[in-house]
Design a protein around this ligand. Structure first.
Ligand code: ADP
Ligand code: MG
Length: 687
């Protein structure tokens, strides 16, 4: 076997990984050797320290070194369920160890053996137990205990052992060959360890000090590559000629509205119009809290584009949002004579064909739709502006793909995810940004309360009263991940809906969750929006902006499980109509951090302030991890990036690019390859 494998090698050709394992790895997003060595552990188990049995706390994961005190017995408790049980002791105490359906343990362990176990201790005093611990005979040198053990994300067909082995084989296959993407002087200046050392130790750290060195280097590397990629996009964009529009008198548009635009809306439109008349292609992000009126900004620019004789495309992340935007934009623009069409995946083949024909012949001035708008067989005549709603679904690479689509239209991206300035610099490094920092007048604050289970009765009373007044209620439950180990059981959306239906037999309770087909989800949401149900229980699928002005109460169950920014987005689902609205955060968790976070929610309705608090409390890993930003998938989330590293990475990237803008120097070849890969990889999600 070649011991200097190319990093692009398909994992199935790596020694020790066959077809089957390769398929399972593919399900984890691991295709190439590079993916494999970059598949970082999500956490680590500290098996370095051995703990006397008597000192292990109830529920703690520990390594113990103990003597098998009696002969392991095989017991059959019922059909198909057998267990092996024995007692193990050390100088401090004893523990009962049980293995379920692992009968071979009986043959491997004998009375009098000295064995190291790692597992979870339950109980205290003389009644300690351990179920299915991993083990090795003392001095066996197998490395089951006595070291830091990586824990990876798993999938069916792979267990920790096989993933760990695969990674080991991947690292071995690289030999000494991991290309150094960081320029030498950057690495020196930032005091970062070498690539080879970092990749080895992020997986198999010798100790926690080494792990930290590896982690720091890899976070830096990833953010550095990202910063270079964003700068590259920006450079391409700035050098690119765009449609040069003639100025227009915006008052002509504002006059047609039933209300006056806010100062912030006017400013955003002015900034975008300056881009569009400047001769360069616009790439502008409009960032504004929920309810700040971003749609109107888009409408003004669509009108402006029409004044210049060009058509616009408006892309929404879901069918139902596309429909809502279609209705809203038609309200603003149809009276001004614009011809408005729709193109979504849910339309019939015939409807789609007609819509496409209209686009090709210039029959629409505006088309509103989903991703279907940019499938390969859609051709536009005179497309002048693309607007995408909810930035987090459309990535850096997708914007890059637009650049490749012939004559590049102006692009406006709208986002309701408030992002602190420090992060915005990195996340949107290639975009110009307009911030809408003002809400339309007369908005009421959504009153927010944090409560615990003891308020359940009163909360139910409140629901009953509001529905009695004709209002509707959202209830959000956290997503329960598969095989998640949790200290307290979480209610799934379905269970909770069933419970609520029992509590309120007279009310109409609906439920929508992530495992439903998009079509079924849409149907439930639509019915709720139409007032056909009173209470909608859901996982966070409602997060993405459906407008139900009649909803006046948002209840979030297990609120401690949500990020602050996520809670803020959820709260933005109510208070959209003329009704006084409330948000109730239910949590029995009395940890300090939870309290601080929920308190922040109760104190302010300002999304940016909330995002700052979130960043301070949880670090930026969660922003990267939440995939709400449209970035290519990052590994840093697992590694827990910190802000300083990010700022440094960006500073170094700017320095380097000032010197070698095209990364053309031979010593930057490895970096250039990584940057190009990042851009093409994330561009492939376009269709
Ligand atoms: P978001 O920024 O969350 O997308 P929308 O564009 O959906 O916000 O606007 C929220 C609501 O505010 C809509 O009903 C819209 O018609 C209304 N609105 C927008 N701008 C103004 C304004 N200047 N004055 C009054 N109402 C406005
Ligand atoms: Mg919106």
């Amino acid at each position: 076997m070649n011991n200097m494998a190319d990093l692009n090698t398909d994992v199935r050709y790596i020694k020790g990984i066959g077809e089957k394992k390769a398929q399972a790895l593919n399900r984890l997003g691991v295709f190439s050797l590079y993916d494999l060595v970059s598949f970082f552990p999500r956490r680590y188990e500290d098996r370095t320290r051995f703990c006397p049995i008597a000192e292990a706390r109830d529920g703690e994961n520990v390594c113990i070194r103990a003597l098998v005190a009696d002969t392991p017995r095989l017991m059959r408790i019922r059909r198909g369920m057998e267990l092996v049980r024995f007692r193990a002791v050390d100088e401090s105490g004893s523990v009962d160890i049980t293995y379920f359906n692992q009968n071979y343990v009986k043959d491997n362990l004998n009375r009098g053996d000295q064995v190291c176990f790692y597992g979870r201790i339950e109980g205290r005093g003389g009644r300690r137990t351990m179920a299915n611990p991993v083990y090795e005979h003392e001095g066996s040198g197998k490395g089951v205990t006595g070291r830091i053990v990586p824990v990876y994300r798993m999938t069916a067909g792979l267990n920790q052992r096989t993933i760990t082995q695969a990674v080991r084989q991947g690292l071995d296959a690289c030999g000494g060959q991991l290309p150094e993407a960081l320029p030498e002087e950057v690495r020196q200046r930032q005091r970062l360890v070498q690539a080879r050392y970092a990749y080895e130790n992020i997986h198999f750290p010798a100790d926690f000090g080494t792990l930290e060195l590896a982690r720091r280097r890899l976070i830096f590397e990833e953010l550095f590559v990202l910063s270079c990629a964003l700068s590259d996009l920006r450079r391409q964009r700035i050098s690119e000629d765009g449609l040069r529009f003639r100025p227009a008198e915006t008052e002509d548009f504002w006059r047609t509205l039933p209300f006056a635009p806010t100062g912030a809306q006017r400013r955003a439109v002015r900034e975008a119009m300056a881009d569009m008349t400047g001769g360069k292609a616009m790439s502008r992000l409009v960032q504004g809290d929920v309810g700040s009126g971003k749609t109107l900004v888009a409408a003004a620019l669509i009108w402006f584009t029409h004044q210049n004789g060009y058509a616009s495309a408006f892309m929404a992340p879901t069918e139902i949002l596309a429909e809502q935007h279609f209705a809203t934009l038609s309200g603003f623009l149809a009276p001004l004579g614009l011809r408005i069409g729709k193109l979504t995946g849910a339309m019939s083949a015939k409807e789609k064909r007609e819509a496409k024909a209209a686009l090709k012949s210039g029959g629409y001035d505006l088309v509103v739709g989903t991703h279907a708008l940019f499938s390969e067989d859609v051709e536009y005549r005179d497309l002048g502006l693309v607007v995408t709603d909810e930035q987090h679904r459309f990535g850096v690479g997708q914007r890059a793909a637009l650049i490749g689509k012939g004559r590049r239209p102006h692009v406006l991206v709208m986002s309701a995810t408030p992002i602190p300035r420090t992060l915005a610099l990195i996340l949107y490094g290639d975009l110009d940004v307009s911030v809408i920092d003002e809400l339309p007048p007369g908005r009421q604050k959504v009153d927010t309360f944090a409560v615990d289970e003891s308020y359940r009765e009163r909360l139910n009373g409140f629901i009953r009263r509001l529905v009695g007044e004709g209002r509707q209620v959202f209830v959000v439950c956290p997503m329960v991940e598969e095989n998640e180990e949790l200290p307290t059981p979480l209610k799934s959306a379905e269970e909770h809906a069933a419970e609520l239906q029992k509590v309120f037999p007279e009310l109409r309770v609906a439920c929508v969750h992530g495992r439903m087909k998009p079509k079924d989800k849409d149907a439930v949401m639509r019915a709720f929006a139409a007032g056909e149900s009173d209470i909608l229980v859901s996982t966070t699928v409602i997060e993405v902006g459906v407008d139900v002005p009649n909803a006046a109460l948002m209840i979030v169950e297990n609120a401690e499980r949500f990020g602050l920014s996520q809670l803020h987005q959820l709260r933005g689902r109510v208070g959209r109509g003329r009704h006084k609205s409330w948000c109730i955060l239910v949590s029995d968790n009395d940890g300090e951090e939870t309290k601080t976070r929920l308190k922040a929610m109760c104190e302010t309705n300002d999304g940016f302030r909330i995002a700052e608090t979130d960043l301070r409390l949880r670090g930026p890993g969660d922003f990267f991890g939440s995939r709400q930003h449209g970035l290519p998938e990052m590994h840093v989330a697992d590694l827990g990036a910190d802000l300083n590293i990010m700022q440094e990475a960006q500073r170094e990237a700017n320095l380097l690019l000032a010197d070698d803008p095209h990364l053309a120097r031979p010593e930057h070849a490895a970096l250039r390859e990584r940057v190009e890969k990042l851009l093409t990889q994330s561009a492939s999600g376009w269709n």
